[in-house]
Design a protein around this ligand. Structure first.
Ligand SMILES: [Zn+2]
Length: 123
């Protein structure tokens, strides 16, 4: 399923989660319904840390609605790190980075190759 948007409620939740976890990172897997990302399942650990989110992911049951990942960057850099670029292809096609200070505009979606991908926010 090609994803074209993200629900407003989920985006608000992701920004809240970024704030809550700050100065730590959160990682979650995203699911879509009818081409709109509308759900997150939290994953323990961080992408760069010792408790590897990607190890956990391999234990997750296969779910066809899973479409990618979301995680926060407490340093506010809205670009994928080297660790992110090796994580994204395993997580899925659409990968959100949420950055400090977690305002309305502090997020970007990337494809598995690390290219920016425009997402419409669906009310
Ligand atoms: Zn990252």
């Amino acid at each position: 399923m090609k994803v074209t948007g993200i629900s407003r409620d989920l985006l608000d939740l992701l920004l809240e989660m970024g704030k809550d976890r700050h100065p730590y990172e959160f990682v979650g897997l995203l699911s879509e319904r009818d081409g709109v990302i509308d759900e997150i399942s939290l994953v323990p650990g961080t992408i760069s840390g010792e408790t590897s989110a990607s190890v956990f992911m391999e234990m997750m049951p296969l779910d066809t609605h899973k479409c990618g990942s979301a995680h926060s960057h407490p340093n506010g850099v809205l670009y994928p790190s080297d660790a992110d670029l090796s994580f994204f292809p395993r997580a899925g096609r659409y990968n959100l980075i949420i950055g400090y200070p977690y305002d309305e505009v502090d997020w970007v979606c990337f494809t598995a190759d690390g290219e920016r991908y425009p997402l419409e926010v669906i009310p």
